[in-house]
Design a protein around this ligand. Structure first.
Ligand code: ADP
Ligand code: NI
Length: 218
């Protein structure tokens, strides 16, 4: 039986190898940041740390939006890998359940699975969607999809349904109102709530500056 450190190490190598050509908002650097956020949150939480760290590493191994909307491919690839390295069945299923249910997209639909471990990794992933990094990732993704930066004639919709959220082609600024500014109040853990408060404030300042410049204020 290999020890936990070796399991995590092997998983990190597998993920790094697999995400070599990933879009920059969901690449190995994103995974590393989410992994670090997870470890930080775990310092003050009682949870299965192995499940949390493995999920942080594997959560974007095959994102459905880059695989024709297939929401089962990520959990399947993660499960196959974890079986291959000899992780116990209970933990494999737990990791798969979290990956399937933790995304913002999933949270717009019906979620039947809950665990503290899900809440921890979900917070870790969501922290990387806000603040300075969140702004950079959003505009990167918008560019990747050739979206407009901003268009005052296209207003933002709040509380999108899962289908509308997945298929939107709205400008990137709208994504702030459709997702990024909603995340602070959705954090589960005390650590993430505190960090999210600071990052939220930074995004608000950014938007204020953005509209000022857009309108030609000096
Ligand atoms: P989840 O995987 O939690 O459902 P997404 O994959 O939709 O969330 O979003 C992950 C990140 O990708 C976002 O935080 C954002 O940086 C970027 N992103 C997704 N959709 C958009 C969009 N419409 N405009 C700009 N960025 C987006
Ligand atoms: Ni992610």
């Amino acid at each position: 039986m290999i020890d936990n450190t070796a399991i995590i190490q092997q998983t990190a190598i597998f993920v790094q190898e697999n995400l070599k050509s990933a879009e920059a908002g969901h690449d190995w650097w994103h995974i590393q940041r989410v992994w670090n956020n997870t470890k930080l949150i775990l310092e003050t939480e009682v949870a299965d740390t192995l499940v949390c760290e493995l999920t942080a590493l594997l959560h974007d191994i095959a994102d459905s939006k880059f695989h024709h909307g297939d929401e089962h491919i990520g959990p399947r690839i993660a499960g196959e890998f974890l079986q291959h390295i000899g992780l116990d069945k209970g933990r494999i299923e737990h990791v798969q359940q979290i990956i399937f249910n933790m995304s913002f997209k999933a949270s717009l639909g019906r979620v039947d699975f809950h665990s503290r471990e899900l809440e921890i990794v979900q917070d870790a992933d969501r922290l990387d969607a806000i603040g300075a990094i969140g702004i950079a990732r959003a505009f990167h993704y918008g560019g990747f999809k050739n979206r407009e930066i901003y268009n005052p004639d296209i207003s933002s919709q709040q509380l999108l349904s899962k289908e509308v959220y997945k298929n939107t082609t709205a400008p990137t600024i709208n994504h702030f109102y459709e997702k990024l500014l909603l995340l602070r109040d959705k954090m589960n853990t005390a650590t993430a709530k505190q960090i999210a408060g600071e990052r939220h404030h930074f995004m608000e300042s950014f938007l204020q500056q953005f509209y000022g410049e857009w309108n030609g204020d000096r």
